[in-house]
Design a protein around this ligand. Structure first.
Ligand code: EZ4
Ligand code: CO
Length: 402
């Protein structure tokens, strides 16, 4: 069997997605997500101009060898653009392998290690009163875990809190928009939100909060400490993670569990945090961390060090990534939680998929392969629209520098 074609499909059914579709001489096809929020066309070019020509004629069954070839063949290792492109190829090859074997991908990864994949939804609203309604809505839908974000009194907008409740999208303008941030206001407000939520919903519901990299280690330590009475499942991205040593300081001060890794793209980004047990959940994803092959390595390293998976699953990760994530999630020993922000009906129509939600769990599709595809005719009706993620300034006008 040989790869005869690989198409890079860019579409915008409400937000931008890049998808790689690999075609073999037997007519078997496989899909991989290649979406990098705000930098979509860089990955599309990387694939079209540099990767696709190297794929033609290769044996699609050689997944590991193709991974190593693309990783080493670039010379310039790692980085989000390279690792997203490699992820797309890797994911598509696993899809093909599953179809050829006649098995869903999770069976090739060792089969089910649990009955369902516990997912968490996003409750976000400008005020505490409104966010209570949002949390209640998720509980009503059957969710067992909810991430809670609110507006901050005195700040006009807050990253993570959208205008639309169920379909939040943070990439809001062609070039990055600017918002104003105050750590003091934020640290004073967040514990009051979780005090209300625990009071209303009791101890059973798993609660999460995303700090979006906006604090210093000592500020994050204080937030973690002040949230301890509300027993969060995790505090996410407390500080930017370029300086991994920063987590040692947070760890000395709080027992609030920590989740990190949505912007990581390789096992090297996670190494210190995992091996020193400075975090509890690793949030790397199929699409941004080198595909199923590399993400499984990260999760195996994590398993040795009492760290569980908690993969990123926002709307900029396409249904192709979500399907791939579920095959991994259901099969690994150290699964923790899977983020699940529902896509719009337009996106769901472009990416027909067989995963299902019931009772707070997602189940991977049962068809051979990943159980997800792209409707290329429909995709062609939604041309690319530039959209970037915002940045923060402090109240005195300086750029928020961490
Ligand atoms: O900022 O997906 O946990 N989820 C998040 C998301 C990310 C976006 C970035 O593309 O933090 O909202
Ligand atoms: Co996040």
């Amino acid at each position: 069997m040989k790869i005869v074609e690989a198409r890079v499909i860019v579409t915008c059914p409400g937000r931008n997605f890049v998808t790689l579709k690999i075609v073999t001489d037997d007519g078997v096809t496989g899909v991989g997500d290649a979406t990098l929020n705000g930098r979509e066309l860089a990955v599309a070019s990387y694939l079209r101009d540099h990767v696709v020509p190297a794929l033609i004629g290769r044996d699609p069954a050689r997944i590991s060898d193709t991974w190593e070839y693309l990783y080493r063949g670039a010379y310039w290792r790692r980085g989000p653009v390279t690792m997203t492109a490699i992820a797309a190829v890797d994911t598509a090859l696993w899809d093909i392998k599953g179809k050829v074997a006649g098995l869903p991908v999770y069976q090739l990864l060792g089969g089910r290690a649990r009955d369902g994949v516990t997912v968490y939804g996003h409750a976000n609203a400008p005020t505490v009163d409104e966010v209570l309604t949002e949390v209640a809505r998720y509980v009503e839908l059957g969710y067992r875990a909810v991430r809670v974000q609110t507006g901050i009194p005195g700040l006009e907008t807050t990253y993570g809190v959208g205008k639309d409740r169920m379909f939040y999208e943070p990439a809001d303008s062609a070039v990055p928009s600017e918002a104003v941030w105050s750590t003091e206001r934020y640290l004073a407000h967040v514990p009051t939100v979780f005090a209300r939520i625990r009071q209303e919903f009791g101890p059973d519901l798993k609660l999460l909060h995303d700090v979006h990299h906006r604090l210093t280690p000592i500020e994050a330590a204080r937030l973690g400490k002040s949230l301890e009475p509300y027993a969060l499942t995790w505090m996410e991205d407390p500080v930017p993670a370029e300086l991994q040593e920063g987590f040692r300081l947070i760890r000395q001060h709080t027992t609030t569990p920590i989740a990190v890794g949505e912007v990581f793209n390789s096992i090297w980004d996670c190494q210190t945090l995992i091996t020193e047990q400075l975090i509890d959940y690793i949030r790397t994803t199929v699409v941004h961390a080198g595909g199923i092959t590399h993400l499984r390595r990260i999760f195996d390293l994590a398993a040795l060090h009492h760290v569980r998976s908690g993969s990123h699953g926002a709307t900029d990760l396409s249904p192709v990534c979500m399907a791939a994530a579920l095959h991994l999630d259901i099969s690994i020993p150290n699964f923790g939680l899977q983020e699940y922000m529902r896509h719009t009906p337009e996106t769901d129509a472009v990416f027909p998929h067989g995963y299902t939600f019931a009772d707070g769990y997602l189940l991977p599709p049962e068809e051979p392969g990943l159980g997800v595809d792209i409707d290329e005719e429909l995709a062609a009706q939604y041309p690319y629209r530039p959209a970037s993620l915002p940045v923060n300034r402090l109240e005195d006008g300086s750029m928020h520098n961490w």
